[in-house]
Design a protein around this ligand. Sequence first.
Ligand code: DAT
Ligand code: MG
Length: 137
Amino acid sequence: MDKSFFMIKPDAVAENNIGGIIAIIEKSNFKIIALKMLLVETKLAKEHYKEHINKPFFKELVEFITSGPSVAIILEGQDCIKNLRDLVGNTNPAKAVQGTIRTKFGVDVGRNAVHASDSSEAAIREIDLFFNTSEIY
Ligand code: DAT
Ligand code: MG
């Protein structure tokens, strides 16, 4: 069993897609072990996305992710990190495989509805950034 950090981003929250996304997650046998709604502040956004600090879209990315509330979630399951990335789909919803969360709920490469950790190192780092151990069940 491993854990991944998953987040429903401001575009999907604003479009009332929290329930639709969580229904897919639960039907896909991931276990929710932590969940909270929060407004990601600039400091946390920059830390979370620090690998992209030199990319041309970094400023836009930080502005978007801090533009409204998100839902931060920790998921657990067999091969959770890989299986969740597969379920989420390509960064660009237009390129994602049909049936993935980003084809259903993503708008464009910036507003792509959800985040999922891309490695076990990233999962550990992101879980620690967003949650205290007392919030994990
Ligand atoms: P992913 O979220 O699929 O792991 P990533 O780590 O490469 O993708 O990028 C993080 C986020 O940055 C991504 O979800 C949306 C934004 N982003 C990536 N590439 C972008 C681009 N070319 N233009 C605008 N935003 C981009
Ligand atoms: Mg990424």
